[in-house]
Design a protein around this ligand. Sequence first.
Ligand code: SF4
Length: 328
Amino acid sequence: MKYFKDSKDGKKICLLCSYYCDLKENQIGICGVNKHIENKVECLVYGYISAFNIDPIEKKPLYHFLPTSKSLSLGTVGCNFHCTFCQNHGISQEKKIDKSNYISPKRVVEIAREKKCASISYTYNEPTIFYPYAKDIALEAKKYGIKSVFVSNGFESSEVIDDMKGIIDAINVDLKSFSQKYYKKSLGGNLNQVLDNLIHLQKNGIWIEITTLIVPTKNDSAEELTKIVQWIKENLGVNVPWHISAFHPDYKDMDIPRTSFSSLKLAYDIAKKEGLNYVYIGNIGYENSTICVNCGTNLISREYFNVKSYELNNSFCKNCGIKIDGIF
Ligand code: SF4
């Protein structure tokens, strides 16, 4: 894909996310890392990683995607959202790019191979803003059967989502709220675009899991949680895993208390009542099992990010043989 296109008066439109910033010469977009320079929009963070770790895939969180495998996880600086509670604000809201250490896509994949990682995750900050880099890594990784994972706010451009088809294998999208106002005021982007993108991502064959961080007083009412769950059920289906995650005070939201377990349990109970098959409580040390929807067998039992037992044969329940949605 082309990452930018011509606009009026010599300007260029960045095509990486749904803001479609219309940039004058030398202007930088909302994310702080894509800039109109000499007739093109350049991704300034290409090759410059701000955080690099080897994590269990369960930590992304992805629970129905290569369980028990390791994922080489990386991010750059910058973000197209400005969430007031961002736990990674030190890198996501940072504008200064440390250019002392360039790491080529080839080198990233070499490291993934050396460390025996089954996937590479583009995470910590929003990956769509460094899609040119992520894509080059993902294409290189494909040569060795290494998969690629996005951990994203779901505000990609539709051009990027089409391009991701066959290149990015799985995505965890933060569905942060069901309030247009909250998105606009405290997060960034807009709710309807994120919802449209979720449908588009699934249509393109990318495995989706959804995370909602439950922020006390902001998105934790039974009414809002019900709307989220019903939307998932009606538009993506009951087999899309929903991760409910606990908030802790951070960045600009230091005066909001931690999410209580009862609040997480309320969300869990709503989701189960509405019929979602795979609901997981995160960030709180809860034991989350994947239960066979047909026979009730405990297929995968987990503690924190560790898998304690595993009762799947490829994608099939060892007991009754039913297929479980996901990539196993
Ligand atoms: S990635 Fe998004 S926010 Fe950044 S310049 Fe491009 S359109 Fe704007």
